[in-house]
Design a protein around this ligand. Sequence first.
Ligand SMILES: [Zn+2]
Length: 222
Amino acid sequence: MNYLIMALIAVALYWAVRKRLRRSPRRRSAPVVSSGVRPNIGIPMTAAESQDERAFNEKVFQQLERNLVASGYFEPARLPKLMADLRQGLVPFGRVSVRAAVAGDRFLDVSEKRALGLNSRRQYAARFIDYFKPECLSQIEPRSALENLFLDASHRMSRLRELQRFKVAGSVDGVTILSSGCAAAAKMKGRYNLDRPPELPRPDCEASFCGCLYQPVIKDHV
Ligand SMILES: [Zn+2]
């Protein structure tokens, strides 16, 4: 718990420093504060930061494509079209939207839904359901299955980015694992080296998507 308090103090200090920087526009061009942490939230994005954001989104999409393939739910021939749909829903900062993928102008009728094993009270566009292998539809709820695969890609890449930022910050000594309720991550007690942290999500995680996090351990003497 001490680490949590130290992390909170570090965040409070960080915001205090940032507030001062914002008041003085001249100093925006040199946003490196004494702790060595480079502020990167709250101010308009620089060209380099929006470049970073685009690169990050690209990594999320590459991971998403791997997730879609690994799930086995989708018709391989239709994956490129599904990926194109999902890219249309792309919004900055990793907010997940599957709206463009689930949209359509013809919806399945009750008998079609029953034949596929789908919940007959929910609305499904025929175009969306075509992305799936029919034999999988009775085992999943297609929309949440897709959302979870997207969330997983986004969280997985965010965690890797966080680790990278902890390394750059220089004030982070290691990480602990903050479980979002899953037993697999709750077992991971103790502090881990930044260069060799355990993989998140844990391979035996049972959540539909894992929300567990790396929590930075701040160095005693910065
Ligand atoms: Zn988990």
